[in-house]
Design a binder for this molecule. Structure first.
Ligand code: AMP
Length: 143
């Protein structure tokens, strides 16, 4: 098996299976979205396809359309939930790019004029802050 094979015990696979907790804000038949525990900004959300792939490089092209639609949905929701000025969308492939969890995911980060992103995989956020932010996003998605 090559070193870039998909590992079904990666942390996001465990979150998708409900084996470890997350602050889930959205789910449909193809994706789950939850709060990043080391946010680079307020409301930093991860959009994760249910289909297993290590990253964009080995993903089934057919799964990417649904992922992109969910990313747009979450980008609009976080922008509204936090009254943000913009949204940064990031996605990393393999360690050289900064990827640290090897199940495809897209970062959706609300942005505010003049506020820089915090470091990638920096400080852990308090669970109550993540829970409150998740509530705000869920409220927008609920309409
Ligand atoms: P990447 O470097 O693109 O693979 O990003 C992985 C992201 O997952 C980082 O932003 C981490 O803060 C985040 N992360 C790691 N573990 C968890 C977890 N258990 N729940 C939510 N986010 C996580």
């Amino acid at each position: 098996m090559s070193s870039t094979a998909y590992d079904p015990n990666n942390i996001f696979a465990k979150i998708l299976r409900g084996e470890i907790p997350s602050h889930r804000v959205y789910e449909d038949e193809s994706v789950v979205a939850f709060m990043d525990v080391m946010p680079q900004g307020t409301g930093h959300t991860l959009v994760v396809p249910k289909a297993p792939s290590r990253n964009l490089l080995d993903a089934e092209p057919a799964a990417l359309g649904q992922l992109a639609i969910a990313v747009q949905k979450l980008a609009r929701a976080v922008k509204a939930a936090f009254v943000a000025d913009g949204v940064t969308v990031l996605q990393f492939n393999e360690p050289a790019s900064g990827q640290t969890v090897y199940h495809l995911h897209v970062h959706v980060i609300p942005r505010f004029e003049g506020v820089p992103l915090k470091p990638h995989t920096g400080d852990m956020e308090k669970p109550d802050v993540l829970a409150a932010n998740a509530d705000k996003i869920r409220a927008v998605l609920k309409g």
